[in-house]
Design a protein around this ligand. Structure first.
Ligand SMILES: [Zn+2]
Length: 339
């Protein structure tokens, strides 16, 4: 099959590799119908050391079940299903407690930008979709694999509700879908911090009431100005750089919550009086998107929300290297791949 491999920073190639096969009785093999490039794929794209052997890429996909191990329940060959970006049994104690990304039998996909994917723990990972391969809903359904569930996780961890004001930091796909999620959870005041007008316009469509294009101290001052000097009850941080975390500290209201879903590209940061003195809570982490698929699916199926609007470019599998380039140069918000 053809698959996407990264050989080093900026070096993405699509090559022929061996087809995946069933390895465990709980595995399935899925033929990928849609996959995509994630903002988090850009971190290795910037800094992974050059290597002799390429590493397979991709963690978001939906596709058709081609083969099943004998212990996979609830699915049959020919089913169209979406996977969560982390696989899990969805039955262990951590899964039952809603932290599927910490499943005792789980792990993370890194093979999705390909024609076929081996899915471990298929019964707990794949969610059957009641639509056909030609459905116009596929882009929105694909966001359930990661970016929508991740944005939703940011809002859930922060306990966004009708009484909380919200700042979302980041106008990438996750930030925009954090806006959509905050709106779904009832937030009436949602300030989106982002600089790219096409993206922040989509953020307004998703429910942002204010857009702040300034960053750093200027951005903090602007959000405080918009909130009577106090900041917002919750801050959903969907970037991952330390500057974004410091910005979150600057715009959160005393007693408030900073919820991070951007993968942190730093190990140290301010946790002293600036946080302690104002009774702040820091939360967030890899989203247990499997926990949210069932509740987010109905609104996607009936068109009440269209999270798939974050995709603004579609490429073939062979064009995936162009897709990385376009996202890296911010020419594309999120790139959909049709193998
Ligand atoms: Zn589990």
């Amino acid at each position: 099959m053809r698959a996407t491999l990264m050989y080093g920073a900026g070096d993405v190639r699509v090559e022929e590799i061996a087809d995946p096969v069933l390895q465990q009785p709980t595995d399935a093999i899925v033929r990928v119908v849609r996959t995509c490039v994630c903002g988090s794929d850009l971190h290795p794209y910037h800094n992974v050391p050059a290597a002799e052997d390429g590493t397979q890429m991709g963690h978001e996909f939906l596709g058709v079940v081609e083969d099943l191990g004998p212990e996979v329940t609830g699915l049959k060959k020919g089913d169209l299903a979406v996977a969560s970006f982390a696989f899990q049994d969805n039955t262990c104690d951590f899964c039952r407690e809603g932290v599927q990304a910490s499943c005792r039998h789980g792990g993370f996909f890194n093979t999705a930008q390909a024609e076929f994917v081996r899915v471990p723990q298929a019964a707990g990972t794949l969610v059957k979709l009641p639509v056909g391969e030609d459905s116009a809903l596929l882009p929105s359904l694909l966001t359930l694999a990661d970016v929508y569930g991740t944005g939703y996780h940011a809002a859930k961890r922060a306990d966004v509700n009708p009484r909380t004001t919200v700042t979302v930091i980041g106008d990438g796909a996750v930030g925009l879908l954090a806006v959509l999620s905050a709106r779904q959870l009832g937030a009436e005041r949602i300030i989106l911090m982002g600089r790219h007008k096409a993206r922040t316009d989509l953020g307004r469509e998703f429910g942002a009431t204010d857009v702040v294009a300034e960053r750093g101290e200027e951005g903090i001052a602007r959000v405080r100005e918009l909130t009577g000097g106090d900041g917002t009850h919750t801050v959903l941080e969907a970037v991952g750089y330390q500057e974004a975390y410091e910005q979150a500290l600057g715009v959160v209201r005393a007693g408030g919550v900073i919820s991070r879903v951007g993968v942190p590209q730093y190990d140290e940061g301010p946790i002293g009086w600036g946080m302690f003195g104002r009774n702040l809570t820091l939360t967030g982490g890899p989203a247990p998107v499997r926990a949210y698929i069932d509740q987010l699916l109905p609104d996607v199926l009936d068109g009440r929300v269209e999270p798939g609007k974050v995709f603004d470019r579609t490429v073939s599998l062979d064009e995936v290297p162009d897709g990385y380039r376009a996202m890296d140069r911010r020419e594309a918000l999120k790139v959909l791949v049709r193998p």
